[in-house]
Ligand binder design. Structure first.
Ligand SMILES: Nc1ncnc2c1ncn2[C@@H]1O[C@H](COP(=O)(O)OP(=O)(O)O)[C@@H](O)[C@H]1O
Ligand SMILES: [Mg+2]
Length: 257
């Protein structure tokens, strides 16, 4: 694994004590909530227990401080397979950035095969990303403010047959350039790497990719293979994040589990 990957992995693993080979952003047990960890402006539905929120803040800090060629302003969150926790991690990480009051954040649903952000935020699915990529709808209309201050989201848009083709669109480059200009951080909730090629393509357009690893489930060989595929395309894999360390489901996910 690359140096960066190891650094992030090590810091998270030490904190959570998770087994070697997986790393730990561990959604842990419920604790009392305090405004110190998450500002009161975060609506109750999107709040996390303090210890979980703290792990996301640490992850965000690691990403902000990460050494490397470019600051990580645009991140793809992906995993080996469906169900590993990509949407949960992408959403909670976006909230952690937005909550620190120094970042304007855009969260984009690029998980074309099983989109979910429209349900997380109770938004209509379109107009969204696919609509923008085929030239329907404008950016301003598709970028919706969420109930979390400083966090906007683009939902998935109408189903479209071939996402990888869509990613070749000039409009994607224009959208990402617009996002970079307008927002401090853009997080893309992407499809899993092993079944599909579109997350690999997407990851090359971002500054880094985060791999979500499902605790006690994802095989390290699958993580390594996913990482090789991303790196093989020229993406920078900046770390691994463990999900589902214990049985905790954030409240906003109850709507659609
Ligand atoms: N920390 C967690 N603990 C328990 N269940 C979780 C946790 N994170 C996610 N889940 C559940 O796991 C399922 C998959 O999570 P999701 O974030 O949608 O994964 P993906 O986007 O990779 O498919 C969802 O039903 C979600 O509610
Ligand atoms: Mg998802």
């Amino acid at each position: 694994m690359s140096k960066n990957f190891e650094v992030l992995e090590k810091s998270l693993r030490e904190k959570t004590g998770s087994p070697a080979g997986t790393s730990g952003l561990a959604p842990a047990g419920l604790t009392a909530q305090s405004a110190l960890v998450q500002p009161a402006s975060i609506p109750p539905r999107f709040r996390l227990p303090d210890d979980v929120a703290e792990e996301y803040i640490k992850l965000k800090t690691n990403l902000v401080m990460a050494k490397g060629s470019a600051p990580l302003k645009m991140l793809v969150v992906t995993a080996a397979k469906h169900g590993d926790g990509t949407t949960s991690v992408a959403t909670n990480l976006a909230i952690a950035y937005a909550a620190d009051a120094t970042h304007r954040v855009l969260l984009i649903d690029a998980s074309f095969h099983r989109p979910a952000l429209h349900r997380v935020f109770r938004f209509p699915r379109d107009p969204g990303l696919t609509d923008l990529l085929v030239g329907e709808g404008d950016f301003e209309e598709a970028i919706r403010p969420t109930p979390v201050p400083e966090l906007s989201a683009i939902t998935a848009g109408r189903p479209y047959g071939n996402p990888t083709r869509l990613l070749e669109s000039e409009r994607l480059a224009a959208l990402l350039a617009f996002a970079r200009e307008r927002f401090d951080v853009t997080i893309l909730d992407a499809s899993p790497v092993l079944p599909y090629s579109d997350p690999r393509v997407l990851a090359t357009k971002a500054d880094g990719a985060l791999l979500v690893v499902q605790a006690n489930h994802t095989q390290i060989a699958a993580v390594e293979r996913s990482k090789r595929q991303l790196v093989g395309m020229g993406a920078r894999v900046v770390g691994a994040v463990i999900s589902r360390q214990r049985h905790f489901v954030p409240e906003f996910l109850h709507d659609w589990v």
